[in-house]
Write a protein that binds this ligand. Structure first.
Ligand SMILES: NC(=O)c1ccc[n+]([C@@H]2O[C@H](COP(=O)([O-])OP(=O)(O)OC[C@H]3O[C@@H](n4cnc5c(N)ncnc54)[C@H](OP(=O)(O)O)[C@@H]3O)[C@@H](O)[C@H]2O)c1
Length: 265
């Protein structure tokens, strides 16, 4: 078991805790007795979650509203964590865009800020502190999309390739330090993700068995973290997608996925 033991002065940091996988991660850690620091932009949602988890499990949940797409917002968040012992960092916030490359340059740039820069900034701030304590765990939410070329979803897939590679590289680099790093690489998970990405069609295109719930994804992630695993891929379809993305030649995948992603909007 590699997860740090819950302690009164330590916190599990979760970005993207206002909905979906992040909210479910918060519940999963709270059930195990961990105190939390919850990050997202929607403060009302974070406060409501903090109150619910406190009532149900007696844990303290600090609420840190922050826009991770904004450099000043990231800096304020990181500064506010200076005196906090972050025992586990779940770098999970993210979103996708679909459609022609650079159709919306501002939204695409925002996506890189949240999915890449914020993950990197927080890891840079927190991992050395964990290594000095010889204790800690990092969970990075990438995606099966990060293993494959994704025409019409190019910026998102590239951001998740960064997340996947960062997580697996840190897994190797941190071995023996007392700190672990695990990649959560989900396939389809029922959250607000499709709405935020304006991907309504995906709901009707994918059969029910392709989906896992946010709770299933979060539980698999926390169990994987505790077991010190490098990569957690929740669900059978996601596992097939994961293998297909890794081992099918890209010249074969590219035209297939261009059709798939081109038809989704
Ligand atoms: N659902 C899937 O099918 C799926 C598949 C593979 C990977 N993933 C990954 O899983 C992670 C969680 O997504 P989800 O499925 O749980 O989607 P979700 O329900 O839409 O949750 C996304 C979370 O990210 C936060 N977020 C987005 N932009 C932010 C910003 N600028 N600043 C701070 N927080 C921000 C949102 O909070 P606010 O809006 O309150 O800021 C929200 O809490 C993402 O990294 C996503 O790429 C999801």
């Amino acid at each position: 078991m590699t997860l740090p033991t819950p302690a009164p002065d330590s916190r599990v940091l979760i970005t993207g805790a206002s909905s979906g996988i992040g909210e479910a991660l918060a519940a999963s850690f709270a059930r195990r007795g961990h105190h939390l620091t919850l990050v997202a932009r929607r403060e009302d949602r974070l406060r409501d979650l903090a109150d619910r988890l406190n009532a149900a499990h007696g844990v303290i949940a600090d609420v840190r509203p922050a826009d991770l797409a904004d450099a000043a917002g990231r800096r304020l968040l990181i500064d506010s964590l200076a005196d906090v012992e972050v025992s586990v960092a779940c770098l999970n916030a993210g979103f996708a865009t679909y459609g022609a490359f650079a159709a919306d340059p501002d939204r695409a740039r925002e996506q890189v800020e949240v999915n890449v820069t914020a993950v990197h900034d927080l890891a840079v701030a927190l991992v050395p502190r964990m290594v000095r304590r010889a204790s800690g765990a990092v969970l990075i939410t990438g995606s099966t999309a990060g293993n494959q070329p994704s025409p019409n979803n190019a910026t998102y897939a590239a951001t998740k390739a960064f997340a996947n590679t960062l997580a697996e590289s840190l897994h190797g680099e941190l071995a023996g330090t007392g700190v672990t790093c695990t990649l959560l690489a989900p396939g389809p998970v029922r959250t607000e993700f499709a709405d935020v990405s304006q991907l309504g069609a995906i709901e009707s295109r994918l059969p029910e068995f392709a989906w896992v719930s946010a709770d299933e994804a979060a539980e698999a992630a926390v169990r994987g973290l505790d077991a010190g695993r490098m990569r957690v891929v929740p669900g059978v379809v996601a596992k097939l997608q994961d293998l297909g993305g890794k081992y099918t030649p890209r010249t074969v995948l590219n035209p297939i996925l261009k059709k798939v992603y081109g038809d989704l909007r």
